[in-house]
Design a protein around this ligand. Sequence first.
Ligand SMILES: [Cu+2]
Length: 86
Amino acid sequence: MRAVNTTFQPPQLSAAAGQPFKLYFDNADNLPHNVVLLGTGDARVFAGDIFTGPAQKAYDVPALASGTYKLHCDVHPQMYGTITVP
Ligand SMILES: [Cu+2]
């Protein structure tokens, strides 16, 4: 996934349930971003380190239960996406 012009591209991802995975995040902006996964009740399920682009990071995301999680950037609350875990 990329951050471009303070948006997540693509805004929808999917991941397998019950297994840890790597989320490759390409921050193409000359701004700080991170990726946070919000679960039920906006509980923070995972929060990646904030870093300034252009740069890339591979986040280690823990195993997720089935459901739909919001993607969020702590620096820019308007950045939004979802990750679906079937
Ligand atoms: Cu951001």
